[in-house]
Each structure stands twice: as C-alpha cells, then as structure tokens.
Design a protein around this ligand. Sequence first.
Ligand SMILES: [Zn+2]
Length: 325
Amino acid sequence: MSAGPDRHAELSADELRDSAGLRNLALSRSEVDRSTARRSDAAWLAAAWVDPGTRVLVVSDGQALVRSGDGPAELVFVAPQQAPEGVRFLLGTDADGVVYFGVDGSLPLPDAGPVPGAGVQPISLRQAGPLLSDRDAGLMTHAVALGNWHEVHTHCPRCGAVTEPELAGHSRRCVVDGSEHFPRLDPAVIMLVTDPDDRCLLARNALWPERRVSILAGFVEPGESAEQAVAREVHEETGITIEDARYVGSQPWPMPHSLMLGFRARATGSLEIKVDSDEIAEARWFSRGELRASIASGEIRLPPPVSIAHRIIESWYGTDLGGAW
Ligand SMILES: [Zn+2]
C-alpha cells in the first residue's frame, strides 16, 4: 500500500472532524440579518429609530445588560426613546422585521434606569457569549466590536481632526479632510501543532499564572499571510518548524478588536522545544492521555470554552474537555 492515498484519507478525516468540532463557536453565531443596504438609507433609519418596536442594545466598555435567572440568559434591550446618549449603530433586522440598534453609552442601570428586573446585571462578552442564544450572541458580539472601535477612533489618523459616524455607525468620516475610516480588525492566528505521534504542543504565556496553558497564538504582521504568521509564531515561540498549516475556523474576539483565525499544523524536523522566554514561560508536547491526566491532577488548566483555543484543543482531543480556567 502506498503512503500517498492513506495520507490523503487521513487528512480528509481530520478536516471533517475539525469542521464539525468548530461549528457553533460561542461568538461566531448570529440570527439577525445585518441589513447592510440600509446603512445609507437615512429615511429608513429615521423611521426605524422612532418605531417603538425597535430594540436597542446599550454597550459600554465591552459589557451589556444581561438577564439571567431560571430561564436562558438574554440581553436586555431598551426602546429608542429610552436609549442613552452615545454613538448609534444599526445591528440589523430579524426574521420578524424587528430592527436592532446598538448604542455605545452609559448602561441603563437596573435599579436606577428604565430597565426593571431582578437578575439583570452588566456582563462582559467573554462571560455572556456562551450563555446567550444565537441571536443575542451575534448582536452582542457585533455591538461590542463596534462600540470598542468608536471609543478609541474618535480622531482622524491623517490630520488629527474629529471624525463623525457614518453608514449607520459602520464608518467614520473626518470633518476636515473628508477621509473615510472603517472599523479596524486585528487578525490573529491561533494554532494547534501536532508531532508525528499526534501529540499536541501546549504552552504557558509568561504573563499567565502557573498552570494555565493553551495553544500558540500571535498577531498577523503587515505584509504577511495568515499561514506565514502561523509558521513564524510557532518558530519564534518554541523553535519548532511546521508544515501544512491548515485553516480550521474563525471567531471574532472583540477584546478589543481581534479576529481569531484557527489553524492546525504539523511539526517537521526536530521536536526539541526552545521557548522564547520573553513570551513563553514553558511549552511541552502532550499525548491525549497525558493531557487528560494533567487536567485531572490539576497540573494544568485549559482556556475557557468561549475561546476558539478550547474548541481547537477539543477537536484534536476528540471529545469535550473540562479543566478550563
Ligand atoms: Zn482628517
């Protein structure tokens, strides 16, 4: 039997498992149409804003109000007339025709503002994402991402003058030179590297507490492809050379404005790890059995299930894993 066809058969099985394992990433879900064609339709936007059925999600510093109690967790919306001052952006329209806006402003505190109710509190996207429905997870991820951008991109990078929101909050324009500026995303790669025995490489960032480990990650640099960034980051951080970097899925991570691009890659050549001690405190290879035992003994803890890192590790491991931070 030749190695060629076998190798391809294995790759296909891996790919199938990866694509199945990375469905429904907590922050990659949505149910609301973004209504992009309406962003420049001033009359439609004005009518939607005075419609009492319109729902507004207020976000502030990456948080929104979430109601959690006996039932599933849900976002707390306000009507447009109850919305605070702040940058407004169109989030979209659901299947029933309900229009959703976001406002980056002061959260209407449950005990002082227009929103009643026990069990309502401000929660970060990281905490709320896994608890919310597809609709609410998508709305909050979109709103937090735009809110984070507006909060720090108030001035023109060309001339320093003030910029003003346009396109229903999806761009900003300089009041002096007229230049248009779109929301910034910082693409980052995150990759699970395996050796020829299918052990996976986990590392502890130098800034993390003892016992926390994850797969390697880093920002894509200007003029670099995602695949090149995977190879560069793995080599810089651990001295390992990789081949066959393969995309497995992505998740927005607006904390404050990343897009995480998930990869699998194979180590080639020497498996001896030489950590870059500025960034990585320690790194080692784990078989599935070693990973299971290390989690059970409390020797290591994995990133939380909301992260794409957790899901990529699970997709390699083959089933759900506990032991999260
Ligand atoms: Zn300008």
